[in-house]
Each structure stands twice: as C-alpha cells, then as structure tokens.
Design a protein around this ligand. Sequence first.
Ligand code: AMP
Length: 187
Amino acid sequence: MIKVVFLGPPGAGKGTQAVRLAEKYEVPHISTGDILRSAVKEGTELGMLAKSYMDKGELVPDDVIIGIIRERLSQTDVKEKGFILDGFPRTLAQAESLDAMLEELNMPLDKVIYLNVNDEEIVKRLLARGRADDTEEVIRNRLEVYRKQTAPLIDYYSAKGLLVEINGIGDIEEITKKIEESLGLNG
Ligand code: AMP
C-alpha cells in the first residue's frame, strides 16, 4: 500500500515519476490534469467547464476538483492498493478537504514528495513539451498561480512532518530511486 502526494511546480516531473511508481508497485495513479483533459476530449459538461480555466492556466474551482477526487478515492482499487496523487491538492482548501476525506477512509498519507525544480528549467521543459496549455504566456500564468496558490502547501505539509523534498533535476531513474528510498521501498 502506497499513499502519496506529488507536489511541485508544473514541469517538475510529477507525472513522469507518478506513472513510474504506479506501474512498478501497481498503485492507482490519480492525476486531476489527466482526468480533466480526458473530459475535455470527450466534450462532457465537466470538460467544457474545465477547458475555460485550463486554457488560461487558471485553476478549476475547488468544489469541482474536490468532487472528482472524492469519487475517485471511494473506489475499491484505492482501498486495496492506495493512491498516488499527481496535481492534487493545489490549494489549501483542497489539502484540507483531502485530510478530511483520508481521515474518513482511515488512510493517512505516508509522505508528500515535493519535486523541486527552478523556474528557468521549468519554462525550458514546458516549452519543449508543447501541450495545448504550454504556450509561453500560459506557462507564465501557471507559474504565478503555482506560487500564489500551491506553494503554500509546502509549509502546510512540512508542518505535519510529511514533506520530503527531492531535487527534480537529474536522471529520471535516479530521482525514482530517491523517491523509493524516501518511501521505504526496496526499489
Ligand atoms: P496538470 O496536468 O496537473 O498540469 O493540470 C493542467 C490544468 O488542469 C491546470 O493548469 C489546471 O487548470 C487544471 N487542474 C489540474 N489539477 C487541478 C487541481 N487540483 N485544481 C485546480 N485545477 C487543476
């Protein structure tokens, strides 16, 4: 059972590392960005709402996101194997809701992995990635939103004794190893 949150700026490698861990240990990977992008692709009501925020690099409203996570965490695979949260929580309100949900499920977090990458590297990586919301202007806004709304979670989880900071620059395999060590996994 792994119960972990990946925290860090856009482009830090949260998705890459979350997928690697999820595949290796067969733990559900829950990415709110992936869930929203697939809703946009399917043209659902959620997708249409989310798109207007995503296109600008703004956050989708907390109540919408919290509803998505509440439903996902209630599924049986999570109960059996845990979860790797990637891109959630992104605000203090989301983090507090998550705490309440996990308490209800009696599934406390093992750790919060904070992947730290500097701004220069982030912009370079995101421009290279070239996703629809990876234009220079939207990237700048996403970084701003990250700084204002998400970065405070570093202190929030640090105060709870859950934060592990890992340098997000370097060899992907090496970073995975460091994450595994911090979670007490054998690798
Ligand atoms: P990501 O793939 O995590 O970079 O997310 C892409 C976009 O989806 C973000 O820029 C937000 O617009 C939206 N999004 C993803 N996760 C969240 C979240 N936890 N809260 C609010 N908006 C989110």
